[in-house]
Ligand binder design. Structure first.
Ligand code: ATP
Ligand code: MG
Ligand code: MG
Ligand code: MG
Length: 514
């Protein structure tokens, strides 16, 4: 028999409470009361940050929970991919277990594997695991202990894969607790190729081979000078995507085909009398356009319900406002039903309210807040349509752009008109693209639209280099304020590498407009 999402959540929690002595801790709100450095709670560990920092006592040595998470900004920004794939959401639940100075790597891996094989009955032949390959710049060794643990648990070496810092080293911030992690990936289509071929695809961001569970081993402390020492106590912090797990256990290749989303799709379909959701993805022909709207609307309805129920307000949080307005736009323009979003709220509550009773309790308040925001948005559109009409007289080709979605587009376009004579090779230079995002708040999507409108190319490589340079600089500043004036070795090295890359690039292209 196929387990329902509710049963899957409960089985996870029971495995750790009943079988392994963990204490259940409720999800914190998605508003990060516990952590002012992030705009939304984006992982199960956020509420335990002070335990790792040593400033708060652990609620118990072993803890388990399912945490409401939102990833629409900062280090984890999945907003732009939502709808295009079947496994990234703006709002999702993260199932996690923790050891605060109690068990460590071996037990954590064994408990995870035991759950996946036993109660969840997943064929271990479909699983790939990763471990930290080490980093010379940071001076941290490879986590060979982890490799050996997976070997001893029965994994063949060909399915235990090394990865670097980006995927397999976790740091809370510039200084403080950090450590290597191991990820469990699942093959949705083992029929597609040999283990060796499939192994190369782990971490390639493919829907047939997805990351399921991340187990972090917090064993180091990073100091302001960049050096690393062992922490006196070692901790485990894990996170598994609940919607991804549910898809696996319900034999679906997309999270949207599980009972967490299908009731929402049915709700959209019936209220709007729209064609039925057919599960196609971009490149899947005409149906994909409507299906993508279905996915974005269902995703955003969950995100908006979770955030509003937790007391977040659209006028205090621009990201929430953007997601909410996008959901309103899809309701009105794609499904031609301006009450659609509010009608989805009770369905979202029906699918999540048992696990998160605060959502059920706030259902009416959520609906009222959406109606209010819809009113504000409508008035704004009416008053700005006059201003936009004037802009359109000046630049008639902006007619295709949704100026409400991106108000920065108009000033950005004016500046573009002034600077364009300096651009050569019919290409918009990368540093100018960066300026458009940094100064005018354009997204990558909107500057690509601008380029398309003007039949020009974008120097994306240089743009990406500018973005990483800005990030490293910001991190360097953070580090200085956090840890005194001592400069960080790894940051310095990366900064000079990025600068060298830019200089090399500058030699090859024109930079006259800077
Ligand atoms: P990915 O590489 O797929 O983006 P991640 O490495 O960013 O995932 P982690 O930060 O390790 O994710 O989070 C732990 C788990 O949470 C992941 O293994 C995954 O199952 C799940 N997860 C992460 N991001 C999302 C998302 N946007 N929507 C749904 N589940 C997610
Ligand atoms: Mg991610
Ligand atoms: Mg990942
Ligand atoms: Mg991960």
């Amino acid at each position: 028999r196929v387990l329902t999402a509710r049963e899957i959540r409960k089985t996870f929690l029971d495995h750790f409470t009943v079988n392994h002595g963990h204490k259940f801790v409720r999800s914190s709100p998605v508003v990060p009361f516990c952590d002012p450095t992030v705009a939304f709670v984006n992982a199960g560990m956020n509420q335990f940050k002070s335990v790792f920092l040593g400033t708060a006592a652990a609620p118990h040595k072993r803890v388990v929970n399912s945490q409401k998470c939102v990833r629409v900004g900062g280090k984890h920004n999945d907003l732009s991919v939502v709808g295009t794939d079947g496994y990234h959401h703006t709002f999702f639940e993260m199932l996690g277990n923790w050891s605060f100075g109690d068990y460590f790597k071996r037990e954590a891996c064994a408990m995870a594997l035991e759950l996946l094989r036993g109660p969840f009955n997943i064929d271990p032949g479909r699983l790939y695991v990763t471990y930290f390959a080490g980093d010379k710049v940071l001076g941290i060794p490879a986590d060979l202990e982890c490799f050996e643990i997976w070997r001893s648990l029965g994994f063949p070496a060909s399915r235990i894969l090394p990865f670097g810092c980006a995927d397999n080293f976790w740091e809370m911030s510039a200084t403080g607790p950090c450590g290597p992690c191991t990820e469990i990936h699942i093959d949705h289509r083992p029929d597609l190729g040999s283990v060796e071929q499939r192994a190369k695809l782990v971490n390639a961001g493919r829907s047939d081979l997805t990351e399921l569970w991340n187990l972090v081993f917090i064993q180091y402390n990073r100091h302001a000078d960049g050096s690393i020492s062992q922490l006196p106590a070692h901790h485990v912090d894990t996170g598994m995507g609940f919607e991804r797990l549910t898809a696996v256990l319900q034999n679906k290749s997309s999270n949207y085909d599980t009972d967490l989303f299908t009731p929402i799709f049915d709700g959209i379909q019936q209220a709007a009398k729209a064609p039925v959701y057919s599960g196609s993805f971009p490149d899947g022909g005409n149906a994909a356009v409507l299906d993508t709207s279905y996915r974005i609307l269902a995703d955003h309805a969950r995100m908006v319900t979770a955030c509003l129920a937790d007391g977040m307000l659209p006028d205090q949080n621009q990201k929430l406002r953007r997601v909410l307005r996008k959901a309103l736009n899809i309701s009105e323009h794609v499904f031609a039903h301006d009450k659609l979003l509010t009608q989805l709220v009770p369905i979202v509550v029906e699918t999540l309210g048992e696990a998160y009773p605060e959502m059920a309790a706030k259902q009416q308040a959520v609906i009222d807040l959406i109606c209010h925001e819809q009113e504000v948005y409508k008035n704004l559109r009416e008053s700005s349509s006059k201003a936009f009409a004037e802009v359109l007289m000046e630049f008639p080709n902006l007619d295709d752009i949704d100026l409400m979605e991106c108000p920065g587009f108009v000033p950005a376009y004016r500046e573009f008109q002034v600077q364009r004579c300096k651009f050569s090779n019919n290409t918009i230079p990368g540093d100018f693209l960066y300026k458009l995002t940094d100064t005018y708040g354009l997204t990558e999507e909107s500057f690509l639209k601008l380029a398309e409108l003007e039949n020009m190319n974008c120097d994306l490589e240089r743009y990406r280099a500018e973005v990483s340079l800005a990030k490293i600089k910001a991190k360097g500043n953070q580090r200085e304020t956090a840890g005194g004036s001592l400069c960080d070795l790894a940051t310095e090295q990366r900064l000079s590498e990025a600068q060298a890359m830019l200089t090399k690039h500058l030699g090859a292209t024109d930079n006259s407009h800077k």
